[in-house]
Design a protein around this ligand. Sequence first.
Ligand SMILES: [Zn+2]
Length: 335
Amino acid sequence: MTELTPEAALEQAALAGIHRLAIPTPFAVGRVNCYLLEDEPLTLIDTGPNSGKALDELQRALGERGHSIDDLELVIVTHQHIDHLGLVEIIVEHSGAEVAAIGVAAQRLANFEEDAEAEDRFAVELMLRSGIPEEVTAALQSVSRSFRSWGSHVAVTRPLEDGEEVAFRDRTLRAIHRPGHSPSDTVFWDEERRILIAADHLLAHISSNPLISRPLDGSAGRPQALVTYIQSMKKTREMPAEFVLGGHGEPIVDHVALIDDRLAKHEKRKEKIFKLIAEQPRSGYEVAQAIWGNVAVTQAFLTLSEVIGHADLLVNEGRVREVDDGEVVRYEATG
Ligand SMILES: [Zn+2]
């Protein structure tokens, strides 16, 4: 058997009526992969951000395949991040398309503005409790506000249950909730063709950040995003996928090897963080600074999510505990 290349995987997907449309975003991640399903209903999986440039390119890409935005009958939203869903509202206005997403996220998607505010408040509180200086959190909050116009509220007309099958003329896709990168991550499994459409749950070229986010049900408390993400990856590892179509970059032709590599890297990072904590008690921010230096300031929330995620693993293993002095939470080794 010859080994499948990412290019060949894209060709195979296209033969199955799944076309990658790479839409520009203003974010560091670069283009976002939307997937056009030429089937009944005519379906777009993710839309790109809410910008004129993204809309132009989406229109052109659809046009190249003989379609227009007005023809879309179903939009599927893979998760709550704005680079994936910003154009949903505009597409629905033009086409009247149904909107499908995992049902547990529907309420949050519907209240985009309020939700973004609440998410920012949650992030600021978490950063302050982790020892990040107030001026850094304020700067990040204004960056986050300036990004908000690239998002959109999403009225989900077709809420999906975890495991539910979505039937098309030529295929069936099973919606499977795989939280971790975000609480709403949903992958779509074509069992017959063994193609997994995974959005940001798995990316070929970069490790998906287990960003810490509020629980979908609005309950208080902080989810263990990395712990959840590792559980999700282990489930995906067992799927007999021929290839995986990600939300950015090229298809993944060996998801088992990729997941094993990701898991090994998390293990290594966990041990590195344990060493730093064992040396002396440190806040999340202090650990992030020790590892990433200035990046812990410019990318404070991202790096903090990394540290907290791995510290959660250590806390769950009983090797580290959280010590709260009333202002800042520090990690210390239990041994
Ligand atoms: Zn994402």
